[in-house]
Design a protein around this ligand. Structure first.
Ligand code: GDP
Length: 392
């Protein structure tokens, strides 16, 4: 599917940059137009792939190019002030080519957190195409302020977009490293999952390799619906491209087994069902109860030899049972020179999400704590003034 992508704030810009790199190196054609919006000049200058003319500096009269820090109210103000500037950059796109908009933002900071819901509202008024958000949640150890910002923005962003696709940094930090060092790896994970999803809908890139059951942009749009939260599962396994489902030696040996006891070399059907289980029951971009899903989509990509309809049908039935929803779409995406088979599971309209409740709890605690600090410092200041008076 072809998207107009808008990276809002620092995280949004960096992730957009990575999407552009992915798109140009793989020739997927998923990006129809790319714009980076920020109130911090230095962040915009640090991007590598977004064309200079599509980098929009907002809120100069408010923050003088220095960014909105951790103040979403400032981010919101900057966005409102310069909506026209953003719109002029969007106007450069060929709108007939675009299937949907995607606004990408880290929800814990200031610019993206405060600005993206404002932009989403604005685009909803102007375009018939769906407006999606890709919202990045802060890790828990970033602390109360970031989680408070994210809790607020999560609510307003979810209300202003047709679907909020969520990625939780907290679930993807790797042991020991600081979150800053880990961003490159985390961003790779984001691009792998969302890049694979959006490429699947971009059927023109397939050429002669027509999939048995194609998933096109409209199936992705129907799955995401017009309201709700989405989480994505992903699992992949290396294969020998063009080597069929197994090598001769592997077949003679009876194939090796993975940790679930399925044959990794012997059987395309088993591999597909095993990968779909791993994708659904493993790490999701937003941890949630799978049976609270409203609509689901399952995609399997890989070399044509490793894909088959039976595997996808079996996996779809299994996913129907797990999600207990009636609307489960499925399809494959053949990639002739690919060295892995990958399963992507889209869980749309999820409602049982413990992480969101946790974030809201952290937000309330942060609010109470800052209220306490405010009244303490007011008392302290009064004491100080009083003390000063007494001294004279
Ligand atoms: P803004 O520029 O004011 O919108 O704020 P930032 O985008 O710098 O930060 C907001 C939040 O985004 C942070 O609290 C982090 O959780 C997250 N973040 C920042 N940079 C990255 C990044 O490169 N990748 C990911 N996944 N998250 C990031």
């Amino acid at each position: 599917m072809k998207l107009a992508m808008i990276g809002f704030g620092q995280a949004g810009g960096k992730i957009l940059d990575r999407f552009l790199e992915y798109d140009s190196s793989r020739g997927t054609g998923i990006i129809g137009h790319a714009i980076a919006v920020n109130s911090a000049k230095a962040d915009l200058m640090g991007l590598d792939y977004v064309p200079n003319e599509n980098r929009v500096l907002i809120g100069q009269s408010v923050v003088k190019g220095h960014g909105a820090g951790t103040e979403p109210d400032l981010g919101e103000k900057c966005a409102r002030e310069d909506l026209e500037e953003i719109q002029s950059a969007i106007d450069k796109m060929v709108s007939s080519e675009i299937d949907a908009f995607l606004i990408i933002a880290g929800l814990g900071g200031g610019t993206g957190s405060g600005g993206s819901p404002i932009l989403a509202d604005h685009l909803q008024r102007l375009y018939v195409e769906p407006i999606y958000g890709l919202g990045i949640l802060p890790s828990r150890d970033e602390g109360g302020i970031y989680n408070r910002n994210a809790a607020r923005s999560f609510q307003s962003f979810a209300e202003s977009v047709d679907n909020l696709l969520v990625f939780d940094n907290d679930a993807f930090k790797t042991g020991g490293e600081s979150i800053g060092e880990g961003y490159a790896e985390i961003n790779d994970e984001i691009i792998t999952r969302f890049g694979a999803l959006f490429s699947a809908g971009e059927v023109e890139a397939l050429g002669d390799n027509v999939a048995e059951s194609v998933v096109d942009a409209s199936e992705i749009i129907n799955t995401l619906g017009e309201h709700g939260i989405t989480s994505i599962g992903y699992a992949s396994e290396p294969v020998d491209p063009g080597g069929g489902n197994s090598g001769l030696l592997d077949r003679l040996r009876g194939g090796s087994k993975d940790e679930n006891g399925f044959s990794t070399a012997g059987d395309a059907t088993n591999r597909i069902t095993s990968l779909v289980r791993k994708a659904t029951l493993g790490k999701l971009t937003l941890q949630c109860e799978v049976d609270s899903t409203e609509r689901a989509l399952l995609l399997v990509s890989g070399p044509p030899d490793a894909l088959n309809r039976k595997g996808i049908d079996k996996a779809r039935k299994w996913l129907e049972d797990q999600t207990s929803c009636m609307e489960v779409r499925a399809g494959d995406y053949p990639l002739p020179n690919e060295k892995k088979v990958a399963a992507i599971v889209v869980l749309a309209g999820v409602t049982d999400v413990p992480r969101v409740k946790d974030m809201q709890r952290m937000a309330i605690e942060a609010e109470e704590r800052s209220e306490e600090l405010r009244s303490q410092s007011k008392d302290n200041l009064e004491d100080l003034i009083q003390y000063g008076d007494d001294e004279e």
